[in-house]
Design a protein around this ligand. Sequence first.
Ligand code: FBP
Length: 262
Amino acid sequence: MRPLDDTALARDGKVLILAYDHGLEHGPSDFEDLPERMDPGTIFEAATHDAVTALAVQKGIAEAYYPSYERDVTLLAKLNGTSNLWMGEPDSAVNCSVEYAAEIGADAVGFTLYGGSNNEVEMAEEFATVQESARDHDLPVVMWSYPRGQGLKNDTSGSVIAYASRLALELGADVAKVKYPGSREAMERAVRAAGPTKVIMSGGSKVSDEAFLESVKTVMDAGGAGLAVGRNVWQRENPTQILDALEQVIFEGATVDAALET
Ligand code: FBP
């Protein structure tokens, strides 16, 4: 495993991924409160903020928009995804190869693994191909490690999230993106379980500035490496303002109060 700072994905060992795969994962309804967010160009603009270390999008969005942003944005190509129209046991279709991601300029790749799903075995096999091919191309791998499925009662409990981050280490991911387990202690447990794999928090649905920044601060204090966030940035009227605050909390170690004041 390469130190993450040798890759384009991190700065000072910290990561802030702006995620915009929601058009596939959730559908256009995520953009409807602020209709301009339907336009991926507005998100590429937001991703030029200094705080953003990479923008995570699906292949189609990357093909259409990345050529205009190659100099200003680090691209993380998400290699699998499922629509909200899918009603089966959690699964995620591989829709892009590492080779093609590299060809369109990706600096990193992302892959969802639903541990605990009845489809876990196939997903882990697909991940093996992705991980080894990413090593060949020298691209860091981020695992969206989201245990879920009919057998799982609480997918954000401390033990489940520690298992999620451990799965990422065991299977060779450089970064484990996990749901917030609700406390500093639980996040510390997840960080310990991941060993050298960096653990970052997944943003979740939109909450107040204060609540959101408090959870990010807790993750950083617990030894987390940062955040992958979508809705809590681009569902706000002013993404720059919250990115300024995130920059302070994640990269400068500021308190939430200090970050909110500026
Ligand atoms: P958010 O910060 O908006 O939660 O985005 C992070 C993310 O992992 C996205 O990449 C993805 O589309 C979404 O969450 C999936 O969330 P869920 O599977 O819980 O609906």
